[in-house]
Design a protein around this ligand. Structure first.
Ligand code: FES
Length: 74
């Protein structure tokens, strides 16, 4: 199974998740606290996050938009 490293900042919580894992599920699996008033149904906008691209030597990863699957409507 292909896994990808993900890092949540500023908490620094990180870990590996399976390919095609959505970000909310990844956050829950790794213990990152992302507000989710509507349970991820796209109604409250509390779960908005910013995805950073570039090289992050501190975390030993290179992140590009190509690492993400296209967003889907909820
Ligand atoms: S949790 Fe409500 S829009 Fe994401």
């Amino acid at each position: 199974m292909t896994k990808f490293k993900i890092v949540f900042t500023p908490s620094g919580i990180q870990g590996e998740v399976a390919k095609n894992t959505d970000l909310m599920t990844a956050a829950r699996e790794l213990g990152a606290d992302i507000a989710s008033l509507c349970g991820g149904n796209g109604q409250c906008s509390r779960c908005k996050i910013q995805i950073s691209s570039g090289e992050f030597a501190k975390h030993n990863i290179t992140s590009t938009q190509n690492n993400l699957t296209p967003a889907t409507a909820t």
